[in-house]
Design a protein around this ligand. Sequence first.
Ligand SMILES: [Fe+2]
Ligand SMILES: [Fe+2]
Length: 152
Amino acid sequence: MSQKIIDLLNKARSRELTAISQYMAQHYELEDQDFGKLASKLKEISIQEMKHAEKLAERILFLKGEPTSKPDGVAKKGQKIPEMLTTNMALESAAMKMYNEAAMVCAAEKDQISKELFEELLKDEEDHFNYFENVKDHIGKLGAAYLATLVG
Ligand SMILES: [Fe+2]
Ligand SMILES: [Fe+2]
């Protein structure tokens, strides 16, 4: 099996590990600020990213590679909600670009299973991106009135 694919899977895993620590950090900060509804959504998305990291590790192990445990970035702390959303949209869109390209490499290398895994992850990242973008748009349009709906 191609080392190229193992490297792509590990690059994706590093990206997932960054997203996990970023969303967990935000989950705790938002919880602390009483934005409980947004906090639970971040927790939910963070758990989805953990599942992504696991699926990537399973595929890497199947290909006889070694799953990395290194994130490719550091979680930002102390951001205001709109900044958090911008951070998250950047993480998700970089992941989408990475997974799109990785799926094409997998197709060229004739590794259908890894290709499907990248496509599955890509779909989830698109959903995450859309969620963050929606919340940001709502805050932009409605401001404090919308923020009040995220309290809980
Ligand atoms: Fe992910
Ligand atoms: Fe995501």
